[in-house]
Design a protein around this ligand. Structure first.
Ligand code: 5RP
Length: 241
């Protein structure tokens, strides 16, 4: 069940239309309240997380450091003087903070728009609490409008594309210019349009066991426990646990 609380940020004296960038800054700053001082923090990837990383720089002496979900986030964290450790060196993280492409009323998400879904799922799995930071446009009732990212082993991409077609989806390999995009893990991404994911747990369980699928961008088993949702009126806190 989802519970909701609302607070107006002191940085926003009266509700007015905020830009996407301002909304991301607002929620990135709000996420600092969930960082456990003295500990290692799990850090996601994306433009909203970049705002969180910038805010984290202001409290870098109050945390042990970070476990990062991508090369891009690692570089940004280190540029701010925040130590980044390999995920294997830290058993449990108190909190993982990351964005989402979609989030539903149970905290289930679609992620991977920034191509970092595999490492994001790994760091989320070793964290006690997932705090999702997003703007209100990411809130949906049913997952699937955003093209679903799936990281795949290259030799399986054509067969996986056919398997999604049999489900009613249209899959295409993600490109970077005129070449296929290669992930931090040296693999390919496919994006699948036309799905309506009404049972995210069952969907994630099924697609995850298709040969050649490295990670499916449905985060149901690693759902969010809390979502900080940036709106023109301030940051809404949705609790799913
Ligand atoms: C990266 C992700 C991101 O969290 C997701 O794409 C949201 O990104 P943004 O904050 O830029 O909208 O899953 O793989």
């Amino acid at each position: 069940m989802v519970s909701l609380s609302n607070h107006l940020s002191p940085a926003v004296p009266s509700p007015h239309a905020l830009t996407q960038d301002e909304l991301k800054t607002l929620v990135g700053q709000a996420a600092l309240d969930y960082v456990v001082r003295g500990q290692w923090v799990g850090v996601g990837t994306g433009s909203t997380v970049n705002k969180f990383i910038d805010a984290l720089g202001s409290i870098r002496h109050e945390i042990a450091g970070a476990v990062s979900s991508s090369v891009a986030s690692t570089e940004r964290l280190r540029a701010l003087g925040i130590e980044v450790r390999d995920a294997n060196t830290i058993e449990r993280l108190a909190v993982y903070i990351d964005g989402a492409d979609e989030i539903d009323g149970k905290g289930y998400m679609v992620k991977g728009g920034g191509a970092a879904l595999t490492r994001e799922k790994i760091v989320a799995a070793q964290s006690d609490r997932f705090v999702c930071i997003a703007d209100a446009s990411k809130r949906v009732s049913v997952l699937g409008k955003f093209p679903l990212p799936v990281e795949v082993i290259p030799m399986a991409s054509a067969r996986i594309t056919r398997q999604f077609a049999a489900m009613g989806g249209r899959a295409a390999v993600r490109m970077a210019g005129d070449k296929p995009l290669v992930t931090d893990n040296g693999q390919l991404l496919i994006d699948v349009q036309g799905l309506s994911i009404s049972d995210p747990l069952a969907f994630e369980a099924e697609v995850s066991q298709w040969p050649g699928v490295l990670t499916v961008g449905v985060f149901a088993f690693q759902r969010a426990h809390i979502c900080l949702l940036a709106t023109d009126a301030g940051v809404q806190t949705l609790r799913f646990d």
